[in-house]
Design a protein around this ligand. Sequence first.
Ligand SMILES: *Cc1c(COP(=O)(O)O)cnc(C)c1O
Length: 457
Amino acid sequence: MDDKRDWLRKLPSVDRLLSHKRVQNLIKDYSHRLVVEAIRAELESARRGILAKQKLDISESAVLDRVIYGLGMSFQASLRPVINATGVIIHTNLGRAPLSKAAQAAMIAVAGAYNTLEYDLEEGERGSRLVHAAKLLRALTGAEDAIVLNNNAAALILILSGLASGREVIISRGQLVEIGGGFRIPAIMQESGATLVEVGTTNRTRIEDFEAVVNEQTAMLLRVHASNFRQLGFVEQPSLRQLAACARQRGVLAVDDLGSGTLIDTREFGLAYEPTIQDSVSAGFDLICFSGDKLLGGPQAGIIVGKAELIARLKRHPLARAMRVDKLTYAALIATLQHYLGDVAMQQVPIWRMIARPLKEIGTTAERWAAQIGGKVVDGRSTVGGGSLPGTDLPTRLLAIPAAFPARFVAGLRQADPPVIARVAKSDVLLDPRTVLPEQEADLLRVLSGLAVDEDR
Ligand SMILES: *Cc1c(COP(=O)(O)O)cnc(C)c1O
């Protein structure tokens, strides 16, 4: 008991800790109030520890270390850049598409200054934010008009609510998909007030199946791209042209939820075919929606392109106001689209640079890392990810670092600054150069050499 009392007496006081030089800096970062609260909480927990007979370092510096660590854990930004060494190019958990240099610069330029978000410079009066990016999207896709929303889920909800509420939407049973995060087509349909009419079977749907159920209650035929899974074997879906033609003949709308929305043919890179936006436009779809941050390689956004009269109706819908995007999104999206216009997307848009990166160059990078860190270079596969091109991948070269405790090693990588996200296969930690941005390489090697010398990695 006396022993405990002794220890309790030895605990530094709040005032004593507050007078410490290190605390003055803490107060600049976190305010006097939060620092005092953190010190009190730490001392209280030390007191409880002593009473529970725990062995605790209660020197001033140790207590301060814990206070600083605790404040960092509580208030450090939870959204931080990381190094993606997983080889998954559009990694949904890691923020999907990293932006091009020009897109980043465009965001910064409008972020800190007044801008023309809703201002018409020629007329000197109020303009509409909905004009931004529309011209570029028309030129790139061949569609009559376009609208940009918060994401593709929002785009689909707006299309269904605005054009099919209280009416029927026909969709193939093979396309009643869950996109991820609980976003399921039947639930979206219900939310929008449209009635879902399923046709065909899970594996086979023919155009006759659609034709058989179109009636005066039908608002649209909806095609949903099977972004995140692949059906093989005895499967059939009507072609884009058949669907669009059927809709036109029967006086209903043809809508395509493309998901990834690529402007570039993925077959050029040895990947499977991912339908392009231009294909859907020229097939005659009335509206086509897709994401901004999947294969387009831009900011999070949902883009609808299609018939001008329909886009105009969607613009007037109250939900369009609730789903609108801000100046930063427009800035990044316009800069991204300009890369396609100038036909330099392959060099400028990071995800396309990663997809197009020659295997040889990846191998050279992996060898360079191995020379510095150790480990060996092995063959592997990178994936496109982000609900794009499921079941197809790209050959890559990986740095494989053998580790006695791989789970502990990758946990150490995650705790590094910047955090590094890697894969584990058996007793190897695998790092794929394909998804590591060139400007991150020095940081990656610094983090790795710090950890790799750690003996019990
Ligand atoms: C990814 C995807 C969506 C959702 O797009 P977000 O931009 O993530 O909201 C919708 N439909 C399909 C087919 C998709 O692949």
